[in-house]
Ligand binder design. Structure first.
Ligand code: MD3
Ligand code: FE
Length: 217
């Protein structure tokens, strides 16, 4: 019975699933480190708080965001970009913890990318009902480098398609501890997150957390 495994602190099974050319889902790859990573995230958000950023079109995002690393991803009325300071605090973004960095490069290697040196960790916090509309990630310089995504807490349905917004979408459920490496021909595909359903996770409460590791320049 699944619940007994969790009560006994056992690991759910690891697994590698091919999602699309250049995209692999590493099931439970971050599960064992989740509690430590979420503790370190709390220290980061104490210094650079989660905030709802505004899109260039003037909408407030339902996802709350912060960053750690040498750069952080931001959006406001002026556009999307990477900055070396938190626009709210005017300070540098908090340092990327070594546990984050090592997990990201280990996942990238598992996905076939040996040269990944992320300088950004964008942290997305989804309350119940929050979503992320279909978009491409193209604010980085080198699309030969992948994006590595870690999911924690409440599950969510992830949608991904092709290079055109109108391409057919596939769905995958991302659960606590799952890691996805997006590179190669999948690096610029449209993707998004459907509204998060109500729930209560033992480590995150009523939230889903996603961390994306990027090489900005
Ligand atoms: C596919 N985040 O922060 S992670 C984002 O779960 C973002 O919060 C979602 O999309 C989230 O930009 C999805 C999975 C992901 C991340 C980056 C990708 C998928 C990707 C880049 C290219 C293709
Ligand atoms: Fe994205």
């Amino acid at each position: 019975m699944t619940f007994d495994l969790f009560e006994n602190q056992e690991l759910p099974p690891l697994g590698k699933e091919h999602l699309a050319p250049g995209a692999v889902l590493l099931r439970a790859f971050a599960y064992a480190d989740a509690a430590l990573i979420l503790e370190q995230m709390a220290l980061i958000s104490a210094r650079s708080p989660f905030r709802h950023m505004t899109t260039p079109g003037g909408y407030d995002m339902s996802v709350a965001m912060t960053n750690c690393g040498n750069y952080g991803w931001v959006t406001d009325r002026r556009g999307y970009r990477y900055t070396d300071r938190d626009p709210i605090t005017q300070n540098c973004w908090p340092e990327m913890p070594n546990t984050f960095y090592q997990l990201a490069i280990n996942a990238a290697r598992e996905g076939g990318f040996d040269q990944f040196q992320p300088d950004v960790c964008l942290i997305n916090r989804y309350a119940v009902g929050a979503k992320m509309s279909l978009h491409q990630d193209k604010d980085e310089t080198d699309f030969a480098q992948p994006i590595v995504s870690l999911s924690f807490g409440l599950p969510a349905i992830f949608q991904f398609g092709g290079m055109l917004r109108s391409d057919t979408l596939k769905k995958a459920l991302l659960t606590h501890g799952d890691v996805v490496v997006w590179g190669g021909d999948s690096r610029l595909v449209y993707h998004g997150i459907l509204p998060v359903k109500d729930g209560d996770h033992r480590l995150t409460g009523p939230y889903r957390i996603n961390m994306t590791f990027r090489q900005s320049g």
